[in-house]
Design a protein around this ligand. Structure first.
Ligand code: LMR
Length: 394
């Protein structure tokens, strides 16, 4: 049996991490995997997370199973963080999942379970794992244009032209904020156009939100999701706490399914629990409990928000500095988009050859499609990157 197996293609993001690790050069810069790093290159445990973990060590008296959909206190707290009061809680089914990827996977399984023929539309480009999960499950897929590689902004006309072909019952996968890999985001007006269009078509939005708080702020980053949630009869949302709580390895995510009315919420809720049971049974609890402890405690929550805001503002400052350095070195404004993009990533529009040249000649590691993780920089490495970008002729 095992001899039937062939080699799997490497995940291009994780492969880059390996290559970086093996590079013996001192002065190398890792702009690969989407993990936050501070100016010292450390991915810290957030203060509120440490405090919540201390509380849990003292107060938790059992590690027995929770429920198949996770602890309702966690799913309610995270639902409020993302949706606020955009939609009646009675309509929202929710289940904890192993990370945001787990939520994407469970969401795709839910789509297949509910309607095997439904087509899922994905943006070009999108996070590579979206595509591999969809292909692995054999879900029918179509792509819509998203990014204009000339302006490095959203190609909204192209997007809407492609989505004109969406059919009733199709699912449209959208990034809630901080689009991965481009960093180019929809405006609130564009979200409204998308909502009107999907409503008219009878299509279902599926939002992946993994970077709330990294773009324009915790509330601002949820505006698009909330707008859709307040208007669409049905919707799926995959959420991750990996980045905004910095609990990457704890695998802390959630899938929400918004049902047309409270009556059908019950069936959706039971189905989410059933699907969890089939795939991994009970979801991990530690990260979820940490997140819930923080969100339900005013002091911890305020401290978490303050630290997250520092992270966000720090990334914006790096964006400004890089755009400024590039303006000087290239004697042009063609890299100003870096300051306009939001979140951890920007796609800078380098060719694969230029990306390789930056790696080989300058020790700068970014994903082959020229996605770079802004949080991999600090004030001292920004000029090095700017010089590398200009040197290879981007
Ligand atoms: C990324 O896009 O780099 C992150 O979401 C991490 C991952 O799992 O790929």
């Amino acid at each position: 049996m095992l001899t039937n197996l062939t080699q799997q293609p490497p995940d291009k993001i994780l492969e880059l991490t390996r290559l970086f690790r093996e590079d013996p050069r001192e002065a190398k810069i890792d702009l690969g995997v989407g993990v936050y790093k501070n100016a010292e290159g450390v991915t810290p445990v957030m203060r509120a997370v440490k405090a919540a973990e201390r509380q849990l060590v003292e107060s938790q008296d059992s590690k027995s199973y929770t429920s198949l959909a996770g602890d309702p206190a966690y799913t309610s707290a995270l639902r409020r963080l993302i949706l606020a009061d955009a939609v009646d809680a009675e309509r929202v089914a929710a289940a904890a999942t192993p990370g945001g990827t787990g939520a994407i996977r469970q969401g795709m399984e839910l789509i297949q379970y509910a309607d095997r023929g439904a087509t899922v539309w994905v943006s070009t480009p999108t996070w590579p794992n979206h595509l591999t999960i969809i292909n692995y499950l054999g879900v029918p897929m179509r792509e819509y244009r998203y990014f204009d590689s000339a302006t490095r902004a959203v190609d909204f006309d192209g997007m809407m032209a492609d989505l004109a072909e969406v059919k009733s019952g199709d699912v449209v996968l959208l990034h809630g904020c901080c689009h991965n890999p481009t960093g180019a985001n929809l405006t609130l007006e564009e979200w409204q156009v998308v909502a009107d269009h999907l409503l008219a078509k009878g299509a279902v939005p599926f939002i992946d939100i993994a970077y709330q708080g990294f773009g324009d702020g915790l509330e601002e980053d949820a505006q698009g999701v909330r707008l859709l949630a307040s208007q669409m009869p049905e919707m799926l949302i995959a959420a991750s706490c990996s980045k905004n709580f910095g609990v990457y390895r704890e695998r802390t995510g959630m899938l929400m399914a918004i049902a047309p009315e409270a009556k059908s919420q019950g069936d959706a809720q039971k189905t989410l629990a059933f699907l969890n049971r089939q795939n991994f049974s009970f979801p991990p609890d530690h990260g979820a409990r940490v997140v819930q402890t923080i969100l339900d405690d005013a002091t911890l929550c305020a401290d978490w928000k303050a630290e997250l805001e520092d992270v966000r503002v720090g990334m914006l400052a790096l964006r400004e500095q890089l755009a400024q350095e590039l303006r000087q070195r290239s004697n042009s404004e063609r890299f100003d988009f870096i300051a306009t993009h939001r979140g951890m990533f920007s796609r800078i529009g380098a060719t694969p050859e230029q990306v390789l040249a930056m790696r080989e000649q300058h020790g700068v590691y970014m994903v082959g499609d020229s996605r770079m993780n802004i949080a991999g920089l600090n004030a001292a490495t920004v000029p090095v990157l700017a010089q590398a970008i200009v040197d290879v002729g981007v």
